[in-house]
Write a protein that binds this ligand. Structure first.
Ligand SMILES: Cc1cc2nc3c(=O)[nH]c(=O)nc-3n(C[C@H](O)[C@H](O)[C@H](O)COP(=O)(O)OP(=O)(O)OC[C@H]3O[C@@H](n4cnc5c(N)ncnc54)[C@H](O)[C@@H]3O)c2cc1C
Length: 341
């Protein structure tokens, strides 16, 4: 059972990297602790940039059929401030449940040739001579087993056991934000008592138990080490305010898959691979990371949100540009509705 590549985690990043590698003829195995379809706490939106990344590698007609279009963002804040911004120009994102999206992605990766092992928890790296050479897993039967591979991709989300075990990720002291962490009754009364949230949730139905998640931020300096690459949230995460986590996760997975192909073909050495991925991630994401940090700082203060409302009123062109940038419309040449719908 020696694979070219083993991927820890079959969420969007893991499945997408597996799909790209399998399409290139690489023997790839995904290990995920869950059984798909499974739920995942998320805003359930794909921004235009994320759609474009998907469309570079597969037909998105299934996503389009299972989702509804989104034409921009609404930013609300204290004092009844509400700012509406559209992507414009016929550009859309899509709203789709993660249950459906993640199931589709992992099924598509499997159809392309990836081996998918569900109910298989990755518990740590296999390390020899200071290089990662696969993972240790605990599967359905309960015992510990090895999944050796030439390259390992860690894509198990924010709390990546591989990144933590190897000292690649840490939780920063700020920002420390949580996604809804409360009993259902407290959550519902908080929503009812907020003038802005009240109308937005007027027709909402609670579909599952309330989930607690946080602190959300994870810092990563080096996205890997010899034999290992990080992808998706495992490679770093702040919080989901700008709604671009999936675009960063998918495009980060694409970059990790590209570096993996270079390593397997001998074009990049194992000692160089993590640094190479870091360079490519910085070149692709640095401007967006800066923008996201600035946006988060802005909404930390009521005055910042009020300022955004003023900007929307008096500088609509600038505000429209910001919404398009948040939606990753600018970074992708194909951010209109994918052509292969
Ligand atoms: C509250 C919230 C709302 C969000 N809303 C949006 C949004 O609307 N739009 C957007 O673009 N982004 C959003 N995001 C961000 C988005 O959810 C993430 O960026 C995205 O899920 C990252 O994908 P991933 O594959 O890296 O990780 P994940 O989606 O977390 O997938 C990780 C996978 O690894 C598996 N796994 C975990 N541990 C192990 C283990 N030890 N062994 C084996 N498998 C394991 C899990 O079962 C899972 O399948 C939101 C995030 C949060 C927290």
């Amino acid at each position: 059972m020696f694979e070219d590549v083993v991927i820890a985690g079959g969420g969007p990043a893991g499945s997408f990297a597996a799909l790209i590698l399998a399409q290139a003829g690489v023997r790839v195995r995904i290990c995920d602790r869950a059984v798909f379809p499974r739920d995942k706490l998320c805003g359930d939106t794909l921004n235009p940039g994320a759609l474009a990344v998907l469309a570079r590698h597969l037909h998105t007609s299934v996503v389009l059929a299972a989702s509804i279009p989104i034409d921009g963002m609404v930013l609300t804040g204290p004092g009844d401030v509400s700012v509406h911004g559209r992507y414009g120009d016929g550009v859309h994102g899509r709203a789709i449940t993660r249950r459906a999206l993640d199931q589709w992605l992992i099924t598509t990766a499997s159809a392309a040739g990836a081996i998918v092992e569900e109910r298989t928890r990755v518990i740590g790296p296999l390390v020899t001579d200071d290089e990662v050479r696969g993972v240790r897993v605990r599967g359905k039967a309960g015992g510990e087993q090895s999944r050796p591979a030439r390259v390992t991709i860690a894509a198990e989300g924010r709390r990546s056991p591989l990144a933590s075990a190897l000292g690649l990720a840490r939780q920063p002291s700020t920002p420390r934000r949580w996604a809804i962490g409360a009993p259902a009754s407290l959550l519902e009364s908080t929503v009812r008592s907020d003038a802005q949230l009240r109308w937005r949730f007027a027709r909402a139905v609670r579909a599952s138990a309330v989930t607690v998640l946080g602190p959300m931020a994870v810092d990563v300096e080096m996205p890997g080490r010899p034999g290992l690459l990080l992808a998706g949230d495992a490679a770093g995460f702040i919080d989901p305010m700008t709604g671009d986590g999936l675009r960063l996760a998918l495009e980060g997975a694409e970059l990790a898959a590209d570096v993996t192909l270079d390593v397997l073909a001998g074009r990049i050495s194992r000692t160089r691979m993590a640094r190479e991925l870091g360079d490519r991630r910085r070149a692709r994401f640095r401007a967006k990371w800066r923008f996201n940090r600035a946006m988060r700082r802005l909404v930390d203060y009521p005055a910042g949100v009020a300022g955004a409302a003023l900007a929307a009123r008096w500088l609509p062109g600038l505000f429209a540009q910001m919404i398009r940038y948040a939606g990753d419309c600018e970074t992708s040449a194909k951010c209109r509705e994918p052509v292969n719908q």
